[in-house]
Write a protein that binds this ligand. Structure first.
Ligand code: BES
Ligand code: MN
Ligand code: ZN
Length: 489
C-alpha cells in the first residue's frame, strides 16, 4: 500500500472514499464538521435519525453527499470521547481498513488522525497508516482470491502537511516488517522450510547495499559443536540452517544489537509427538524467526544508524528413526550438557546454540524471540508477548516499545528461585522444568547460555498467530522489535 500526504482541503479532493471519525453529534471536529457544513447539515441529520452509527468501531458508508468531492464517505464511529485512548483509536483505524478492503475503493483520503486520543499527530498518522496496511493484507500465495472479493486498497492519502512525511516513512518500515513476518508465518511448512527461510534472507540481503547474509550448513554447525540445534533437526529430511543477516548502519566498531529467532518451520513434537488436533498450527513455530527477519528488514528500509545482526535457528522437529529421544544427553556449543526429557521442548535447544554463537558479535544487547511455550498462551492469552530479562532497563525498553506501537509485551520474572526446576541427575540441566511457570523456566534455561550478556527473551507463543477460523499470522512481535530498533539511535 502506498501512503501520501495531501494538502488540498479534504472535502475538495477527488477520492474514491473520504474516511472521517465521529464521537457524537455534539462533538464534530475538523473534516467531519466541514462535511456537515458543506452538505447543509446532512451528517448531523443522519446521526439524529440513527442512520449514521457513532458507536465505537461502527462503520457507515455515505454516497453522493452534496458539497463534497469524494465519491463516498466512510464514517467511523468512535464512541465515548472520554474512553477514546490510543488502543481505541488503533482499533478504529483497523476497522476502517478491514471495511475498505472488503468494499469498492482502491484509494482513500483518510482524516482519522484528526481525532484526539492523547497522542501527537505524528503518532496518529503513523499508527493509522500501519493499521490500514495490516487490515488490507490477505493471504493469497497458495490459494485463489476470495469469490466476489473487492480490489484491495492501493493508495491512501492523509490530509496533513509535508513535514509529516517522516512519520509515513516510518509507517512504511513497520508495514514492511509486518508483511514479511506474516507472509513467512502463513506459508505452509512444505514450502517454508529451513532452506526457504535461508533463501528469503539472501533475498533481503540482495535488496540493500549494507546488508549481507551468511548461511551456516549442517557441516559447519557440526564443526562449531552446535549439537543441541542439530539434535532437534536430526529426525527431519530437511536440513537445518543457521541464518545470519548483517546490517551495517553505523561505524564498523559500533557494537550491534543481535536479534535471535526461533525458526522451527514445523514442530510435530518429535518422538514426544504432539496430539493430532491443531497440529497444523505448529507451522507458526517459526514466528519468532519471521518477526526478527521482518524487523531487520524494516531497519534496513529505514536505514537506521545502528548495526544489527539477525540470527535465525531454522530447523524442523520430526519423529524418525534418526530422531533424538527422551533420555538423550546432548552437549551444547557452550559445553554445557542437557538431558532431554521431552523432545517437544525443542525451541530452547536450537536457541541455546544460536545464543552461544551470538557472543562472537560482542552485542550491546541480544534479544531472542520465540514461540517457546504453550504456558505463555495460558499466562497472557493472545494480547501480549512475554518479555523476560534480568536487565530491568532492557525489559522496560522492550515493554515501552511494544506499548508505543501497540504490539504489546508484558514482563514475567526470571528470578533464580525458578532455577532448581531445571536440575538433572545426568546432565548440567534438563530441557523441561515441569508444570509450574513453564514460560519462566524456559527463559531460565536460556539464561544459562547468556551469562554476562545484556539479554532479553520474548515468548510470542500467544501473539504470533490468531487461533480459529479467521486465524493466521499477525506478524507480531515485529512491530515491538522495529520500534525498539528505532529507539536505539
Ligand atoms: N512450539 C511449542 C510451544 C507452543 C505451543 C507455542 C502451543 C504455541 C502454542 C514448543 O516447542 C513446545 O512444544 N513447548 C512445550 C514445552 C514443554 C514440553 C515443556 C509446551 O509448551 O508444551
Ligand atoms: Mn515443541
Ligand atoms: Zn516449538
Amino acid at each position: 500500500m502506498n501512503f501520501t500526504l495531501e494538502q488540498t482541503s479534504a472535502t475538495s479532493v477527488e477520492t474514491q472514499c473520504l474516511v472521517i471519525g465521529i464521537h457524537d453529534a455534539s462533538s464534530l471536529q475538523g473534516t467531519a464538521k466541514l462535511v456537515d457544513q458543506l452538505s447543509g447539515g446532512e451528517l448531523l441529520r443522519l446521526i439524529g435519525t440513527g442512520d449514521v452509527d457513532t458507536d465505537w468501531k461502527s462503520t457507515t458508508m455515505l454516497h453522493g453527499l452534496e458539497g463534497v468531492s469524494a465519491t463516498r464517505i466512510l464514517v467511523m464511529g468512535c464512541g465515548d470521547t472520554d474512553k477514546f485512548d490510543p488502543v481505541r483509536y488503533d482499533r478504529v483505524c483497523t476497522s476502517a481498513g478491514a471495511f475498505l478492503r472488503d468494499h469498492t475503493a482502491s484509494n482513500a483520503l483518510v482524516c482519522l488522525h484528526e481525532l484526539e486520543c492523547g497522542m501527537d499527530t505524528e503518532w496518529n498518522l503513523r499508527q493509522a497508516a500501519i493499521a490500514l496496511d495490516k487490515a488490507n493484507y490477505r493471504y493469497t500465495t497458495t490459494r485463489k482470491p476470495r469469490e466476489g472479493g473487492h480490489e484491495p486498497l492501493v493508495s491512501v492519502s492523509f490530509n496533513a502537511a509535508e513535514n509529516f512525511a517522516p512519520a509515513l516513512l516510518e509507517a512504511e518500515g513497520f508495514a514492511k516488517a509486518f508483511q514479511r513476518s506474516r507472509e513467512l508465518g502463513n506459508l505452509p511448512p512444505n514450502i517454508c522450510n529451513p532452506a526457504y527461510l535461508a533463501e528469503q534472507a539472501v533475498e533481503i540481503a540482495k535488496s540493500y547495499d549494507n546488508v549481507s547474509a551468511d548461511i551456516l550448513e549442517k557441516a559447519e554447525m557440526s564443526e562449531l559443536g552446535m549439537r543441541a540445534l542439530l539434535a532437534v533437526s536430526q529426525g527431519s529430511e530437511n536440513e537445518p540452517k543457521l541464518i545470519i543477516l548483517k546490517y551495517q548502519g553505523a561505524d564498523q566498531d559500533q557494537r550491534p544489537v543481535v536479534l535471535v529467532g526461533k525458526g522451527i518451520t514445523f514442530d510435530s513434537g518429535g518422538i514426544s509427538l504432539k496430539p493430532g488436533p491443531n497440529m497444523e498450527q505448529m507451522k507458526f513455530d517459526m514466528g519468532g524467526a519471521a518477526s526478527v527477519m521482518g524487523a531487520f528488514e524494516a531497519c534496513a528500509h529505514l536505514q537506521l544508524p545502528i548495526n544489527v545482526i539477525c540470527i535465525v535457528a531454522a530447523a524442523e522437529n520430526m519423529p524418525d528413526g534418526k530422531a533424538y529421544r527422551p533420555g538423550d544427553v546432548i552437549t551444547s556449543m557452550s559445553g554445557k550438557t542437557i538431558e532431554i526429557l521431552n523432545t517437544d521442548a525443542e525451541g530452547r535447544l536450537v536457541l541455546c546454540d544460536a545464543l552461544t554463537y551470538s557472543r562472537k558479535f560482542n552485542p550491546v544487547a541480544v534479544i531472542d524471540v520465540a514461540t517457546l511455550t504453550g504456558a505463555c498462551v495460558i499466562a497472557l492469552g493472545h494480547h501480549a508477548s512475554a518479555v523476560m530479562s534480568k536487565h530491568d532497563d532492557l525489559a522496560e525498553e522492550l515493554v515501552e516499545a511494544g506499548t508505543r506501537i501497540l504490539d504489546r509485551g508484558w514482563r514475567l520474572p526470571l528470578w533464580d528461585d525458578y532455577m532448581p526446576q531445571l536440575k538433572s541427575e545426568f546432565a548440567d540441566m534438563k530441557n523441561v522444568g515441569g508444570m509450574p511457570a513453564g514460560s519462566v523456566t524456559a527463559g531460565c534455561f536460556l539464561s544459562r547460555f547468556t551469562e554476562d550478556m545484556r539479554w532479553a527473551h520474548i515468548d510470542c507463543a500467544g501473539s504470533v498467530w490468531k487461533w480459529g477460523e479467521k486465524g493466521g499470522s499477525t506478524g507480531r512481535p515485529a512491530g515491538l522489535l522495529t520500534q525498539f530498533l528505532i529507539d536505539q539511535k
